[in-house]
Design a protein around this ligand. Structure first.
Ligand SMILES: NC(=O)c1ccc[n+]([C@@H]2O[C@H](COP(=O)([O-])OP(=O)(O)OC[C@H]3O[C@@H](n4cnc5c(N)ncnc54)[C@H](OP(=O)(O)O)[C@@H]3O)[C@@H](O)[C@H]2O)c1
Length: 265
């Protein structure tokens, strides 16, 4: 429960049970926000308890955002607080590694439900709510993968390209309503993400040097608070890659990604 009369700002973070989302939620907690922290697994309650230890009110919500009911469950939890939502981080997402000939169609359609459909669905509620209040900040997690074709996670990259362009379009529309929208584009980051995608037998497996999820979250949080349009999450090499990807042919980037993401026999 949160106090409806609380003067503290309120933030919603999806995918707050682990990884980048947990670190983002932690930054909100440390900076005086109360939280609605969502996840799908039992880790959500433990994460919420850890966040609450920073003196903040946290409402944990367990819901499968790949379903319409799951999205409505999350939004109902926001409405139930009776408080204005000051910030929303639409971050929950996943990838699926492997050759397209082998991967499961239902799994991939469910990935699109999570990475694309749920973002549009939740953004509809969040945008209308914030526009009615004349203020708010939205952070949408995309990926460096939005800047290239991603063979051997062929559905994932396009799903993040969608979120990037969606966020940039929404940003332009919501400007005149006092709401800012920021896109976070992390490069490969140390979280459960690649293991969950079944990519341990690729270059993205355990041996790879990845960006720190704490650093990526901090970059996203600062960009959100500064009202920036986009921020690349990661170190200087990651930012250089993002910059170079603007000029490289898609075919060349596809061949490069295939070398890294193709499962080893
Ligand atoms: N890590 C990277 O290299 C990387 C790079 C670029 C972009 N990203 C993006 O960063 C975001 C966060 O990923 P991460 O690296 O922090 O991965 P992560 O550690 O695997 O965290 C993913 C989060 O999303 C939640 N989630 C997954 N499926 C869900 C579902 N069906 N319904 C509701 N919640 C669900 C998870 O909840 P549970 O744990 O409770 O299941 C977890 O909180 C994703 O959108 C991803 O596309 C990651």
């Amino acid at each position: 429960m949160t106090d409806p009369a609380s003067p503290r700002p309120l933030a919603l973070v999806t995918g707050a049970s682990s990884g980048i989302g947990y670190q983002l939620a932690l930054l909100f907690a440390i900076n005086g926000f109360d939280l609605i922290a969502t996840g799908r697994s039992e880790k959500t309650d433990k994460a919420a308890a850890d966040l609450a230890a920073h003196g903040t009110d946290v409402v944990p919500v367990r819901a499968d955002l790949a379903t319409r009911d799951g999205v409505e469950t999350v939004w109902n939890a926001v409405e139930k607080t009776g408080r204005p939502l000051d910030a929303a981080v639409l971050n929950a997402g996943r990838s699926i590694g492997g050759g397209f000939l082998d991967t499961d169609l239902d799994d991939e359609l469910s990935l699109i439900d999570l990475n694309v459909t749920s973002v549009v669905h939740l953004a509809k509620h969040v945008a209308r709510h914030m526009a009615a209040n004349g203020k708010g900040r939205i952070l949408i997690t995309s990926s460096l993968s939005a800047t290239l074709p991603t063979p051997y996670e062929t559905v994932y990259g396009p799903s993040r390209a969608f979120t990037r362009m969606f966020a940039l379009g929404l940003r332009e529309e919501l400007k005149e309503h006092g709401v800012s929208v920021t896109t976070l584009m992390p490069g490969a980051t140390d979280s459960d993400f690649h293991a969950r995608a079944g990519m341990n037998n690729t270059t993205f497996g355990a041996g790879m040097k990845k960006n720190s999820r704490k650093d990526v979250a901090r970059q996203g949080f600062l960009a959100l608070m500064n009202g920036q349009a986009e921020v690349v999450g990661g170190d200087a090499a990651t930012r250089r890659t993002a910059w170079k990807n603007r000029f490289l042919p898609e075919t060349l980037k596809a061949a490069r990604h295939a070398r890294s993401a193709k499962p080893r026999d």
